[in-house]
Write a protein that binds this ligand. Structure first.
Ligand code: ADP
Length: 163
């Protein structure tokens, strides 16, 4: 059974991420969406809530699981007997960072292969950081994030915005 791990911050999950999960779920018997809990990186949405949002958005896919992890991605993959890491690649911007990361993971764990999936054409320029920024300035992101994420962002904006 081929298990693939799709690691990331998913802070928040966007339609670009979901497109990758949907496509990966058709290629692998099991896909684990692994939310990185990085104590050195300030979260926008707490990881427990990110876990709920990602679970809600991938509930329609029977072979997809969601987990939170700390530490090295390759160690997480090994602990789940996963031999594949999935990463998404957007136009130009992701290449260098992703290339370095995949080389490092290969050094750490030669048995684990990183597989890159090109971002869908509609999602090439979509990033969580852009979504956060626009949403907190009151912009409409309903077409680029799942409904539950949009609702959450609207609530966050309302709670930070003066009345
Ligand atoms: P990280 O902090 O690990 O980069 P992200 O949540 O930003 O976490 O991204 C997780 C993975 O999803 C990365 O491989 C990233 O390149 C990919 N990704 C991010 N946005 C998109 C998108 N719009 N379309 C396809 N892949 C994406």
């Amino acid at each position: 059974m081929t298990t693939a791990v799709y690691p990331g911050s998913f802070d928040p999950i966007t339609l670009g991420h979901i497109d990758i999960v949907n496509r990966a779920s058709r290629l692998f018997e099991k896909v684990i969406v692994a939310i990185v809990k990085n104590p050195n990186k300030k979260s926008f949405i707490p990881f427990e809530d990110r876990m709920d949002l990602v679970s809600e958005c991938t509930r329609h896919l029977e072979n997809v699981e969601v987990e939170v992890f700390e530490g090295l991605t390759v160690d997480f993959a090994k602990s789940h007997r996963a031999k594949v890491l999935i990463r998404g690649l957007r136009a130009v911007s992701d290449f260098e960072y992703e290339f370095k990361m995949s080389q490092m993971n290969k050094n750490l764990s030669p048995d684990i292969e990183t597989i890159f999936m090109m971002a869908g054409t509609d999602y090439q320029f979509l990033s969580s950081s852009m979504v956060k920024e626009v949403a907190m300035l009151g912009g409409d992101v309903s077409k680029i994030v799942p409904k539950v994420v949009h609702e959450r962002l609207v609530k966050m904006r309302e709670s930070t915005c003066c009345t």
